[in-house]
Design a binder for this molecule. Sequence first.
Ligand code: URA
Length: 206
Amino acid sequence: LANEANTLEELAKTIEDFDGLAVKTHASQMVFADGNPKAEIMVIGEAPGGDEDRMGKPFVGKAGQLLDRMFEAIGLKRDAEDIKNAIYISNILNWRPPGNRTPTPQEIEISLPFIEKHIDLIAPKIIVLMGSVPGKALLNKNEGITKIRGKWHTYQSVTEGLKTKNKDIQAIASFHPAYLLRQPLKKKESWHDLRAIRELYDGKNS
Ligand code: URA
């Protein structure tokens, strides 16, 4: 199904119409993405929470506000018109899991072709994975976020048979802002990761 979508609109419609995920029946609406689709930096979270489910946009609750402040600290904003200052944001799951539980391995596996197609259509230069769910799933790793964060990885599609145009995108995983709200001392490592993103991006633009 994901292979049939050639535009973001087609992909959003494919996800909306797809009945293979039971979380859809509990959620109030699909949460597809936010930000500038031309951005060269794509940020990927886990799944919508209650605020996102109500608003239909990713990262708009407390964690989302922290996410905005984190990226603004390195000069990037979801609503920036200039693509050099913009980010684009989505999640592994497009529907809120009931009670905000963590998505199951099966839900993640079913959602992967859609988010990987989404990445391919956006064609970012850099992917930022917030937390261990997107980190493990898209980097194909078993280790937790503490092990995989803060280093550059080469992202390649993990879905067998998915047709992609973009190969070898630089990807970094970092702590999820919801985790940082609970563990503020981890902001130090998070800041290291944000600076690494800024430096790599400046290098790509020079
Ligand atoms: N947490 C996520 O991972 N994504 C959201 O969109 C909101 C909270």
